[in-house]
Design a protein around this ligand. Structure first.
Ligand code: AOF
Ligand code: ZN
Length: 333
């Protein structure tokens, strides 16, 4: 029952991903004393109520003696909003289960505070799933101060991202492309270099999804761009960052409140990010096709010999239509 409630809290938080940064997309579910779902909530945009408060408002009196299930430890601080611990105590919740502790020192300690007030409060429920899923980017940001970077690309089985003549539409399947458009609605920013804008003239928007919110489009590099490039249309906001240094790029993005970035660049930009150790996840759609010649996904990444190869750990392999989807993260040394 608690696992199920946590999965519901996670699903609810997925729907607000991309709208809460620099705050975490948290999900909360309130069960009444008999274990029935009486409230579901997710973090509102910055300055708005936290997930617990949204779920408690829906539950009303039925929260008394019930359980709150939250993806993140309830906050204990007066930030832009009052502490969620106070809201939970005022509602008379008897039990709180959360997935991960809040790494933000200002907000943490909610679990201990609730226990001291007599609530049966405990963390760790589906912690790995939440850490890898909806809170991954924000946890990375809270711990490192840098946005989380997912390098996403589509390649053939022989590792090509474009054919010899430069054409690349469409390497991956319709299913994979549809999935990427959903992904684009759930991140804060999408990043490419000037080379990709010149070569592909991409729109970098989420398409095929009604009323989708659009991520911030980020073009990295100093080169001139054709004024008519599609990234400059009015479908979404676009910023240019005129440096190639990954940490300078990421610092500019933090200043804009960006926490979760999708890197869709070409070999040069991605090479710089990999060389700097600033790719936090690799998301690859491998299409069962061969090209034999053409552009490879990654350029110089500062690796000269096999012992210097960037080590990754595969987290998940699954099918997306005819393509194989691989998610991998840097190996911890
Ligand atoms: C929760 N539930 O839904 C969220 C939490 O500026 P504030 O007042 O909105 O506080 C932001 C901090 O609160 C954020 O850094 C994180 O530590 C926590 N976010 N906490 O209990 C929520 N979004
Ligand atoms: Zn809170």
């Amino acid at each position: 029952m608690l696992d199920e409630a946590m999965r519901l809290a996670m699903a609810s938080s997925e729907l607000v991903r991309g709208t809460t940064s620099p705050n975490p997309p948290v999900g909360a579910v309130v069960l009444d004393a008999r274990g029935e779902v009486v409230g579901v909530g997710a973090t509102r945009p910055p300055g708005g109520p936290h997930a617990e408060v949204v779920a408690l408002a829906e539950a009303g009196d039925r929260a008394r003696g019930g359980t709150a299930v939250v993806t993140l430890e309830p906050c204990s601080h007066h930030g832009r909003t009052p502490p969620c611990t106070e809201a939970l105590l005022a509602a008379g919740v008897a039990r709180v289960r959360y997935a991960v502790s809040d790494p933000n020192p200002k907000a943490s300690g909610g679990g201990a505070l609730l226990r001291a007030a007599g609530v049966d409060a405990e963390g760790g429920l589906l912690a790995t799933e939440v850490e890898r899923g909806p809170l991954r980017a924000w946890l990375h940001f809270a711990r490192t101060g840098r946005p989380h970077v997912t390098w996403k690309y589509a390649a053939t089985l022989d590792g090509r991202v474009a054919a010899a003549d430069g054409t690349s539409r469409w390497i991956s399947s319709e299913e994979s492309r549809a999935e990427v458009h959903v992904l684009r609605t759930r991140i804060d920013a999408i990043m490419v270099g000037t080379g990709t804008v010149r070569a592909d003239d991409p729109r970098l928007t989420a398409r095929g999804i009604p009323a989708a919110r659009q991520p911030l489009r980020v073009v990295v590099g100093e080169g001139d761009l054709p004024p008519g490039a599609k990234v400059f249309d009015d479908e979404a906001e676009t910023v240019r960052v005129r440096t190639h240094d990954p940490d300078e790029v990421l610092a500019e993005l933090v200043a804009r409140g960006v926490v979760d970035v999708l890197l869709e660049g070409g070999p040069t930009l991605v090479g710089a990010f990999v060389a700097a150790g600033r790719v936090d996840r690799v998301l690859l759609y491998t299409a069962p096709k061969l090209l034999g010649a053409g552009m490879v996904a990654l350029g110089d990444a500062g690796v000269a010999t096999i012992t210097d190869a960037v080590g990754l750990v595969v987290e998940e392999v699954s099918m997306c239509g005819p393509d194989v989807r691989i998610s991998a993260v840097p190996a911890v040394l």
